[in-house]
Every structure is written in C-alpha cells, then in structure tokens.
Design a protein around this ligand. Structure first.
Ligand code: FES
Length: 165
C-alpha cells in the first residue's frame, strides 16, 4: 500500500477528508449508501484515491476489500486521476474498417499515452470504446461531449489543439 496522499499532519488529513465528511452527512452510512457515496466522492475528488476508499469503508463499517471490489466492478469508477478532457476513440466495426486504428495510433503518438492512460499534465485521458452509435460518421472520436467524425489521422493534431489551451 502506498503512502497516504492526504499528507502526514492531522490537520491536513482533516482538510483532505472534509469534503468526504460533508458528503457522508447526507447519508445514514449504511451499506446501501455505498454507490451514491462513491459517486459523490468521485465527483468531488475527480477519482477515488485509495485513502478515500479506506475512509468510506471505515465510515460505512465495511471492509476495504468490499468497497474496492465495488469500485473495480463498475466502469464508472476510477482509481487513477482522469484528464480534463476525455477522448473516446470508437473501435466498433464500422470505425475499425474505416481506419480507427490509425486514428488511435496518431492520438497515442501526439499525446504520448496509450489506451486507458492520462497525460502527465492531466489534460487528456485516452480510451478506446465500442460503437458509440454514429457509424455513418466513421471513424469517430468523442472528446468530452463533442463528436468528431470522418476522421483521418492527419486531422488529429488540429483537433487536439482545440482542447490544449
Ligand atoms: S462503429 Fe464507431 S460509431 Fe459505430
């Protein structure tokens, strides 16, 4: 287990967990509250750091492994920090046959991250996904809520530049 990310002093620990305590105030702290508490904690911290998972387990009287099991079961929960911009590259069949692989390779090359990773400056998280229902525009990527379709690898630098500021 890694070092506590909340800092060592009791004061900084208290500060770090204050938003979580505030969230917990709205619940009975029963097992049934676990998912909504995890969702709100993730909204607050941007992801679910190990110390936050531990504290939630404590507060809800559950074991760390019970809570960790739930976090890893649902894809909506993240154990690592996420980028400010989430890039989803469709790898569904229509996109795949129209060159989604090259588009993904170009993004990987431009950002220096692989599928599932986040850039060091926390600007971008890259994810490949299954069909996003815009096959007519294949190959398609989504950046946050924006859809970019009929792409070639050459279009990528210009598109990414729009999100870099
Ligand atoms: S396969 Fe990519 S949008 Fe459907």
């Amino acid at each position: 287990m890694g070092q506590c990310q909340c800092g060592n002093s009791a004061e900084s620990k208290e500060k770090y967990f204050a938003p979580l305590m505030k969230i917990l105030e709205g619940y009975e702290k029963k097992e049934k509250d676990l998912i909504p508490v995890l969702q709100k904690a993730q909204d607050e911290y941007g992801y679910l750091p190990q110390d936050v998972i531990k504290e939630i387990a404590n507060q809800l009287n559950l074991s760390f492994s019970q809570v960790y099991g739930v976090v890893t079961f649902y894809s909506q929960f993240h154990l690592e920090p996420r980028g400010e911009n989430i890039i989803r590259v469709c790898m569904g069949t229509a996109c795949h046959v129209r060159g989604a692989g090259e588009v993904l390779d170009k993004i990987t090359e431009e950002l220096g991250v692989d599928d599932g990773e986040t850039t060091e400056d926390l600007k971008f998280t890259l994810e490949s996904v299954a069909c996003i229902g815009a096959c007519g525009l294949a190959p398609v990527i989504m950046i946050n809520d924006d859809t970019h379709g009929r792409l070639g690898a050459d279009d990528i630098p210009e598109i990414l530049a729009q999100y870099k500021e």
